[in-house]
Ligand binder design. Structure first.
Ligand SMILES: Cc1cc2nc3c(=O)[nH]c(=O)nc-3n(C[C@H](O)[C@H](O)[C@H](O)COP(=O)(O)O)c2cc1C
Length: 197
């Protein structure tokens, strides 16, 4: 039997919904992951605009779905064990709430709990350019233990398609969550990829 790791994916209302939909598909399709999902109201609006059908795809991939304002859901408590939380994409509002310990919705609360329990918390932030407020909130979240992972794919991986760029970020997110992945080969100095034999 495969040992399952519980991963919490929170989707907030920043641009970048293709990352969230693909990440949900990849995590939800793994036998070794139990995927819990929270989608903010703002995220649902951005999903409608950026990727119609995306909300349904995310929900279909989830093993458990928690409402944004359900503070009695398991992720609100430190006694609920998980192996990593990722906010993808992470809006500047959600970043600010996490950086200041606001806890005003389940995403903020679950992130706050992840930090206090010293569990992995990855914030795939998306805004440009950044104000000093954004930068200081990123610094505060980093000091508290979060990993700031801006949605900035590299262009060196050899796949110039939109799907390739999305997969670049999804692969790096899986790396940070400690999950083996084959979406992105380790950088090999720019040598041609070895043929699999
Ligand atoms: C189409 C669209 C794109 C947006 N993109 C961003 C973004 O990239 N970054 C950001 O911080 N906010 C963005 N926003 C604004 C957030 O949705 C807004 O601040 C919202 O209150 C965030 O709520 P949440 O963090 O609770 O999901 C966008 C809004 C819309 C409608």
């Amino acid at each position: 039997m495969v040992e399952q790791r519980t991963i919490l994916l929170a989707v907030s209302g920043a641009s970048g919904m293709p990352y969230a939909v693909r990440l949900a598909e990849v995590l939800g399709g793994r036998a070794d992951v139990a995927l819990h999902v929270i989608v903010s109201d703002a995220a649902r609006r951005v999903l409608e605009l950026e990727q119609p059908g995306g909300a349904a795809a995310i929900e279909a991939a989830a093993h458990a779905l928690h409402a944004e304002n359900d503070f009695s859901a398991p992720p609100a408590s430190g006694s609920w064990p998980h192996h990593g939380m990722i906010v993808c994409p992470c809006s500047m509002k959600t970043l600010a709430a996490i950086a200041t310990g606001l806890g005003s919705n389940l995403i903020h609360r679950a992130a706050d709990v992840s930090l206090k329990e010293r569990r992995t918390l990855v914030l795939m932030t998306r805004e440009t350019p950044l104000s000093l407020i954004h930068i200081e909130n990123m610094a505060a979240a980093t000091r508290a233990g979060a990993v700031i992972m801006p949605a900035c794919p590299g262009f060196y991986a050899g796949e110039p398609s939109l799907r390739g760029l999305v997969d670049f970020m999804v692969a790096r997110a899986l790396d940070r969550l400690g999950l083996a992945q084959d979406l992105l080969r380790p950088w090999n100095g720019g040598q041609p990829a070895q043929q699999d034999t």
